[in-house]
Design a protein around this ligand. Structure first.
Ligand code: PMV
Length: 362
């Protein structure tokens, strides 16, 4: 484990003031993380694409502190106070004071916004927690100059993004990231993700991920509960084995530009994830009738046209459509004319694999 315990404190009388800002994207897991233990440690390795358009923009302003003790944060989301988020962030800072003790020495104001509509059925924890962790690391670098090594910077950001929300640790790297120990990847870790985007064949660097919103409602069972239920799932051991095998096979397909193997693994992972939910005790179902209709329509389209259109699902009813950029016109026209009727209010979002988080310096 990296030693992040820090004694860094601002010397008495050093008044600091400034801004750090990061725009960080969401990610879509192709091999899924489902099942955790300890402090957000995964039961199996997972491999994701980093997205481009679904981004959280977080601005952290800091200034000398007036109050003596404790953490002082003000938080706004898209211009309005959000007490529930503010509480979560305060808790997150408190839990991580061992690594960022200087957080007690400054007044902090955080303004956050998403490029994708709020309550559109898209989880924002990966983009928001990665943006926040990146801001914390930039803050440490600005105040103490201790994270000038780029590799160390992003590893630390990934580590703390993970503590905020497991899958967020994969969002800090361009194009693709791998999280979780695996005998096939000696550098992989349960504590932070590692970048694997550099291994991607060009066809995958331009891959699309269009999200069909089957429902905008909050899901009835949270990911937190879903992960917990894996502890008693009778298929857990074989699932973790399968995820390890899929990670290696997927990595090879990504390197070789093997879109067909990629698609087979992506769909198997999506359906396995939902099968695990149905096999939990108590069981639960997050897919909806339209999710299944869309899956059948996609299979039919693939066999009719021979075009490489595949899907994946997160822990919810919405479909992510995965396909190479060169098929964009045909596939988006299919989505518009045949699939949007199964989406809530006809709503879908276009996204694609992207270059990862961006620091904004004014
Ligand atoms: O990061 P969490 O705790 O929201 O869990 C994410 C779980 C999945 O989205 C279903 C899979 C994944 O690897 O992102």
């Amino acid at each position: 484990m990296p030693d992040y315990k820090s004694q860094q404190l601002l010397p008495e009388g050093r008044a600091v003031e400034g801004i750090v800002r990061w725009q960080s994207p969401s990610n879509i897991a192709i091999v899924k993380y489902w099942g955790k233990h300890g402090k957000q440690l995964p039961r199996n390795p997972s491999l994701s694409f980093t997205l481009q358009s679904a981004v959280t923009d977080t601005i952290l302003r800091y200034q000398p502190k007036e109050k003596k003790k404790g953490i002082s944060i003000q938080f706004s989301f898209e211009g309005s106070p959000k007490p529930a988020f503010a509480q979560k962030i305060e808790q997150f800072f408190e839990q991580n004071l061992w690594a960022f003790p200087f957080l007690e020495q400054i007044d902090i104001q955080i303004d956050s916004s998403n490029t994708f509509p709020h309550s559109a059925g898209i989880a924002s924890s990966a983009s928001s927690m990665s943006a926040l962790a990146l801001c914390l690391c930039s803050l440490e670098q600005e105040l103490f100059g201790t994270l000038s090594d780029e590799g160390a910077f992003f590893q630390k950001a990934s580590y703390f993004a993970r503590l905020g929300s497991g899958s967020a640790c994969r969002s800090v790297y361009p194009y693709a990231a791998l999280w979780g120990q695996s005998p096939h990847f000696p550098n992989a870790s349960d504590e932070f993700a590692i970048p694997v985007g550099q291994a991607l064949h060009p066809v995958f660097q331009g891959f699309h991920d269009d999200i069909l919103i089957v429902s905008k409602k909050e899901k009835p069972v949270s990911s937190r509960v879903g992960h917990q239920l894996m502890e008693g799932n009778p298929y857990a051991a074989s699932r973790y084995q399968q995820a390890g095998d899929h990670t290696l096979a997927l990595f090879k397909a990504l390197e070789n530009g093997d879109v067909e193997t990629f698609g087979r693994i992506a769909e198997s992972e999506a359906l396995t994830l939902h099968a695990l939910m149905m096999a939990s005790n108590p069981p639960f179902v997050l897919m909806q009738p339209n999710s299944l209709t869309l899956i059948n329509r996609i299979h039919q389209f693939r066999s009719d046209t021979g075009l490489p259109l595949y899907f994946t699902l997160d822990a919810g009813p919405n479909l992510h459509l995965l396909y190479p950029g060169e098929c964009r016109e045909e596939i988006q026209s299919f989505i518009r004319t045949e699939l949007t009727t199964y989406c809530e209010d006809g709503f879908w979002i276009q996204d694609q694999v992207g270059p990862g988080p961006k620091q904004i310096r004014d």
